[in-house]
Ligand binder design. Structure first.
Ligand SMILES: *[C@@H]1O[C@H](CO)[C@@H](O)[C@H](O)[C@H]1NC(C)=O
Ligand SMILES: *[C@@H]1O[C@H](CO)[C@@H](O)[C@H](O)[C@H]1NC(C)=O
Ligand SMILES: *[C@@H]1O[C@H](CO)[C@@H](O)[C@H](O)[C@H]1NC(C)=O
Length: 295
């Protein structure tokens, strides 16, 4: 078992990536080893020998965690079970982000609702500090009944968000058209739960009902088929997760037509909001990427 893929990012010539030397390492994620609880103290708990992490929100605080590692590209999966019952006002977030004012970020945010009413999956993509790329979806299942898999594919050409393996949104590298793409900043994986009653549920009309607190969301089976940044080496090494059949396929994956067709059909059937259709919000014209791609 020793092939290693080293991804070297020459900081002097951004965008020039050298591949050398492949290593395949079996690697099983453990919340104890691979994550830090960053806020909320004992509202965040690692259980079952590092296999399960729960986050809770009460009236005084939410809670959160992030990976110890920073990644530069990856196929990253997390299994999440959301707050059940009356979750109105709560926001459970799972995202990739770099740091600083011109940061990159890829967001999954789950907006709670009254019992029996549907969650909204709110997504956004920031490149060099600029977001405003919200797309929202209903899910085709009850996300509070079981764990479901939420994934991000992030490579130099493409970002794709998946729900249980179904692609729901893509963001292409259109740097050649002058649109920034997340490519030169390493990101950590974050999870958190917080009170978003000002905006989350039915546009902020439904507030959090604290009699139902604490609100608990659960995370398990984190898998990062990813390139891990090492500041010592000034490079990132790409390690596939255990039991991955595709190894490094994700690194060169492009947007094929079946992925585009699936995204189109998900967007037709489940989309709640699309910034690319919000002409009132962008009176000077839709963002350029909206006019360049149609999926
Ligand atoms: C990434 O590239 C952009 C320009 O393409 C630059 O403004 C930014 O400072 C770069 N960030 C890093 C961390 O190198
Ligand atoms: C909550 O339920 C209402 C009524 O079904 C729906 O309009 C709304 O989109 C749902 N989700 C959120 C997050 O508000
Ligand atoms: C909050 O939940 C409790 C318990 O279900 C309920 O009795 C109460 O009416 C709710 N409060 C509001 C403002 O909806």
């Amino acid at each position: 078992m020793s092939e290693r893929l080293i991804y070297i990012m020459a900081s002097s010539s951004l965008g020039i990536l050298l591949l050398s030397n492949l290593i395949v390492e079996a690697w099983a994620a453990s919340f104890t080893q691979d994550f830090d609880i960053t806020w909320g103290a004992d509202r965040a708990n690692i259980l079952n020998n590092g296999k399960l992490l729960t986050l809770s929100l009460d009236q005084s605080s939410g809670s959160g965690f992030h990976t110890k590692n920073q990644y530069l590209f990856g196929k990253i999966d997390m299994h999440i079970k959301l707050v059940s019952g009356n979750s109105a006002g709560t926001v459970t977030a799972y995202y990739l982000s770099s740091e600083g004012a011109t940061h990159d970020e890829v967001d999954f945010e789950f907006l709670g609702n009254l019992s029996g009413q549907p969650y909204i999956l709110h997504t956004n993509i920031f490149a060099q500090g600029q977001g405003n790329r919200e797309q929202q979806f209903y899910l085709w299942f009850d996300p509070t009944a079981n764990f479901h898999t939420y994934s991000v594919l992030w490579n130099p050409q493409l970002i794709v968000l998946y729900v249980d393996g179904t692609p729901i949104r893509a963001f292409r590298n259109l740097e050649s058209k002058g649109i920034p793409f997340p490519k030169n900043q390493t990101m950590r994986v974050y999870g958190s739960i917080w009170d978003g009653e000002d905006w989350a549920t039915q546009g902020g009309r439904i507030k959090t009902n604290w009699t139902a607190a604490p609100f608990v969301a659960s995370f398990k089976s984190f898998k990062a088929n990813a390139c891990i940044w090492s500041s010592r080496k000034g490079a990132s090494s790409c390690k596939p997760a255990r039991s991955s059949s595709s190894k490094f396929g994700w690194l060169s994956q492009d947007l094929d037509s079946s992925t585009q067709d699936t995204i189109k059909s998900i967007q037709q059937n489940y989309m709640v909001y699309d910034y690319c259709k919000d002409t009132n919000r962008f009176p000077q014209g839709l963002p350029l990427e909206c006019t360049l791609v149609n999926y």
